[in-house]
Design a protein around this ligand. Structure first.
Ligand SMILES: *[C@@H]1O[C@H](CO)[C@@H](O)[C@H](O)[C@H]1NC(C)=O
Ligand SMILES: *[C@@H]1O[C@H](CO)[C@@H](O)[C@H](O)[C@H]1NC(C)=O
Ligand SMILES: *[C@@H]1O[C@H](CO)[C@@H](O)[C@H](O)[C@H]1NC(C)=O
Length: 175
């Protein structure tokens, strides 16, 4: 019911104020061959009120995830789990317990610095984690996907200092 309205408001550039509870959403940004290190990705969003999980994935294709981040509110202790997937097989999980800057109904600002050998993730100006890229470099990253219990208000990609990849500024919403 909310969806046409939501879509319309995104199309017309209005700021979205309605937050649908427990909606399953997928925000996809096509990155393509221009997405090479060093690059900076900025994600702004609001966590849903009854959030359980948020997933952020840099993928080559649907069986190869270069970097996957799972923000979990549904475990004993809130945790960010990071991993990669090669040919459909998950690698070894790494769990980040030291800092958990997310809370239901709260906004966050994430900056992901993409370098040749690692991703560096900062949330609300504080370093959250570093992830060493496991695949032999150079890797091919075609899509950035943010999905789960979150409403994304902005995803921005800067591939060189001061230059914004315009292709990536559009928010495409797939449900
Ligand atoms: C949303 O999900 C939570 C956790 O599963 C559940 O307790 C709550 O009732 C759900 N709310 C709605 C509106 O579906
Ligand atoms: C993944 O699949 C590709 C293409 O089939 C193959 O070339 C590659 O060796 C595989 N990698 C691993 C780690 O299995
Ligand atoms: C990641 O970013 C933080 C904060 O800017 C910095 O202190 C740290 O050295 C960076 N890590 C790497 C591997 O570049």
């Amino acid at each position: 019911m909310l969806l046409p309205l939501l879509f319309l408001s995104v199309m017309m550039g209005f700021r979205l104020i309605e937050i649908e509870t427990n909606a399953s959403r997928r925000f996809v940004k096509i990155l393509g061959p221009e997405f090479v290190p060093p690059a900076l990705v900025k994600i702004q969003g609001v966590v849903n009120p009854f959030a359980r999980r948020i997933h952020i994935t840099f993928e080559k294709d649907n069986e190869n995830f270069i970097f996957h981040m799972s923000i979990r509110f549904d475990e004993k202790k809130n945790v960010v789990v990071i991993n990669s997937q090669t040919n459909g097989t998950w690698g070894e999980e790494e769990r980040v317990l030291s800092y958990f800057p997310f809370a239901p109904s709260q906004g966050f600002e994430m900056e992901i610095q993409y370098e040749e050998k690692y991703f560096n993730v900062t949330v609300n100006d504080q370093l959250l984690l570093e992830f060493d890229i496991r695949d032999p470099t150079p890797v091919e990253i075609n899509k950035l996907i943010v999905e789960g219990d979150v409403l994304v208000s902005e995803m921005r990609v800067e591939t060189l200092p001061g230059e914004t990849n315009k292709e990536c500024e559009e928010l495409s919403l797939t449900v």
